[in-house]
Ligand binder design. Structure first.
Ligand code: FEO
Length: 396
């Protein structure tokens, strides 16, 4: 249900309490999400973004309850992934001639996905849309944050940054402000969102944050397109992003493994013992990749300074949950993390070699050739694992 976030500025999006996966099945959304759209009313009225396609009818009906749709003078599409642009076609049936402002790259993504014959108006950074009465929207291209067509819009007069995906989180809430939700849940989802979506673009993000700071404009509120609005100390999320974009790591080591008959699990637990002996102040965490949500595993990697990955050998390869996780990690391009591989085997024993190669290709610094043990570890083999953990700790 629409609500006013500042005089004349309404949230008109959709809270999706039911959402449990996003990007198809690629991203788990344990706490739902929201698709935030905004309506700025004044001398000229502008709608910023829409919502995901399944909610198109209720989105347009909600807008129509707020104002006659022919009073919408402009539509701004900050980004055209279907979770934001999925209702555009339905809306444009009601207001076919209204200009749709977008980034230059959106001249590809909008027709490519929605095939509409609409009045697209492309913008570059610094272009201004005057809304009258002291209000204007300034556009900032956000290429690759996280799509080539991404942009943000800054509403002068109100000091609102409509940042689209940047600074978002997949959290459903009725309050829709950062200061009205459980901070533990909020920050857990914010870091997961960064780790799983924005990590590959950290270098670009650092430049973009500097560019936004150089504008020297007051930012009183940050309105992302997912999750909560930042109204109290809105720069807190910008400061977190600056830290996350800078080869982020906490004093943690994570062990991610899969196991068939527990030999690799026993190895992981003994390695963790060795790590704890050598690094008593460091948090050591273990996750079975077959039993743990892959996006949560990725968040664990993001937060760790050391990463140990284990799998037994199967069919001269590794177990699929480990292989899948390494594939996701390769795309995310983590920076500055040290890693090593381990695993048990009965016959041929290639798993450690495969994992170490995958870790290197994914950009991890592999600091040890790895530990491969034949059959189920006995007391002596478990001591080898503890020694491996101590050796890895020394390399951190
Ligand atoms: Fe929320 Fe890139 O879409």
């Amino acid at each position: 249900m629409p609500f006013e976030i500042k005089p004349g500025v309404h949230w008109v999006g959709k809270v999706d309490w039911e959402l449990r996966t996003f990007h198809g099945q690629e991203y788990s959304t344990h706490r739902g999400s929201s698709y935030n759209a905004y309506l700025v009313r004044g001398e000229r009225t502008v709608l910023i973004d829409t919502v995901w396609g399944p909610y198109a009818e209720e989105f347009v009906a909600g807008l129509a309850a707020l104002l006659p749709l022919d009073q919408i003078d402009h539509v701004v599409m900050n980004h055209n992934e279907p979770d934001h642009a999925g209702s555009l076609a339905r809306l444009m049936r009601e207001i076919p001639g209204v200009p749709v402002h977008c980034s230059r790259m959106a001249l590809q993504s909008i027709p490519g996905q929605f095939h509409g014959d609409w009045n697209l108006v492309p913008h570059k950074t610094g272009d201004v849309l005057d809304l009258g009465a002291g209000r204007a929207l300034t556009f900032v291209e956000m290429n690759m944050l996280h799509w080539p067509d991404s942009m943000a819009s800054y509403l002068s007069g109100d000091g609102i940054l409509f940042s689209n995906d940047a600074f978002g989180q997949h959290v459903a809430s009725e309050g829709l402000y950062a200061d009205t939700v459980d901070p533990c849940e909020l920050w857990a989802e914010a870091v997961k969102y960064y780790a799983n979506i924005l990590t590959p673009f950290s270098g670009l993000l650092q430049k973009k944050l500097a560019e936004i700071a150089a504008l020297g404009v007051p930012i009183e509120m940050i309105c992302p397109s997912h999750g909560v609005i930042w109204r109290e100390n809105p720069m807190q999320i910008v400061e977190r992003y600056a830290a996350w974009a800078d080869a982020y790591a906490e004093d943690r080591v994570v062990l991610l493994y899969d196991t068939m008959w527990d030999a690799t699990r026993l190895m992981a637990e003994a390695i963790a013992d060795g790590l704890r002996q050598a690094l008593p102040g460091t948090e050591v965490r273990l996750f079975n990749t077959a039993r743990t949500d892959k996006n949560d595993c990725i968040t664990e990697i993001f937060r760790a300074r050391g990463v140990l990955v284990g799998s037994p050998t199967i069919n001269r390869g590794i177990l699929h949950s480990v292989a899948g996780l390494l594939e996701v990690a390769t795309g995310l391009k983590f920076q500055g993390k040290k890693a090593a591989a381990f695993g048990s085997f009965g016959w041929s024993g290639e798993s450690v070699k495969h994992i170490a190669q995958a870790l290197e290709q994914a950009g991890f610094e592999v600091v040890d050739p790895g530990l491969r043990l034949k059959w189920r570890p006995d007391a002596g083999a478990l001591e080898q694992c503890r020694e491996f953990g101590r050796r890895f700790a020394a390399a951190l």
